[in-house]
Ligand binder design. Structure first.
Ligand SMILES: *Cc1c(COP(=O)(O)O)cnc(C)c1O
Length: 293
């Protein structure tokens, strides 16, 4: 099989030749940002939402992206086309660019690199969707919003990685991360929802979360079918005493959780609201048309 083709600054290069300069500040300092996007049946899912977040994040980091949103969208579709993919996971990356060894972005050569990798999807095992996942709370907190605001999907994911390591070391796949106030924020790469007395609840952006495109989509899908959704501060108490618990993210889609910190959630099986929302979300994906940017 031919090598996958990676978009790098205007060219498509075979995977083995798609390389970044070691003086790029994206590599030296994690100075850059990324997006994880899905394509279903040849359509880039929630394309506009992902690009809006990408450009907002770049703006926050004072990185000037060399392409307009429309052109960036073309890169996503071209990456699918060149790799003959209709269902894919797309990683879009922007770096600060090549500089010297100092921190200053002023030394970086004007424009950073844009990288786009389209890969076939790796999923959690199907079993997780039927029987639910088990998670723990990590001791690693989300960074304070006045340090690096987690609303930026930056190339510095070390807090999340440390939390993930903690989960794995304890035999789990995902971990809940609390914010600097000790409130529930989200998981290492997924947003968190609970269901209590038929009401769906998830922490608001002010709880220091990455505001997931999947999260926002699931909220819309739920509200459309008259399920009440509240963005509300949650404590671990709320998680432990929830009737149902689930996570959302581009890669995971919507995944039930049946145990948190050794406490069985609800019946200990994926709950009816979760399964209903999962079915509705999958229907939404099937019917999705990319409206453009
Ligand atoms: C990417 C990410 C999510 C999920 O966002 P989606 O847009 O739904 O993929 C949630 N939390 C963190 C920390 C993330 O990096």
């Amino acid at each position: 099989m031919a090598e996958p083709l990676v978009y790098l600054d205007g060219e498509f290069k075979p995977k083995s030749q798609a390389a970044i300069n070691v003086f790029d500040h994206g590599f030296l300092y994690g100075d850059g940002l990324f997006e994880g996007i899905r394509a279903y049946n040849g359509r880039v899912f929630l394309c506009r939402e992902h690009l809006d977040r990408f450009y907002d994040g770049a703006n926050c980091l004072a990185i000037k992206l060399p392409l307009a949103k429309k052109e960036m969208r073309e890169v996503l579709y071209e990456s699918l086309k060149r790799n003959g993919l209709r269902d894919a996971y797309i990683r879009l990356i922007a770096t600060r660019g090549v500089g010297d060894l100092g921190l200053s972005p002023l030394k970086c050569a004007g424009r950073g690199s844009i990288i786009c990798i389209a890969a076939s999807i790796t999923l959690y095992p199907d079993e997780f969707y039927r029987t639910g996942m088990k998670i723990i709370t990590s001791a690693v907190q989300r960074s304070h919003p006045e340090c690096l605001n987690p609303r930026v999907k930056s190339l510095n994911y070390l807090s999340n990685i440390l939390a993930k390591i903690e989960a794995i070391n304890n035999g789990y796949e995902e971990a809940i991360m609390l914010n600097h106030r000790g409130e529930v924020a989200e998981c290492t790469g997924d947003n968190l929802f609970i269901v209590k007395n038929g009401i769906v609840k998830t922490p608001p952006p002010s709880a220091v979360i990455l505001e997931g495109c999947t999260r926002n989509c699931v909220i819309r899908v739920a509200r459309k079918s008259r399920i009440e959704v509240r963005e509300e501060t949650l404590a671990r108490f709320d998680v432990y005493t929830a009737d149902e618990l689930f996570l959302t993210g581009t890669a995971a889609e919507l995944i039930p959780v049946v145990e948190a910190d050794g406490r069985s959630i609800g019946s200990g099986k994926p709950g009816p609201v979760t399964l209903d929302l999962l079915a509705k979300f999958r229907r939404f994906i099937k019917a999705y048309r990319d409206p453009g940017v």
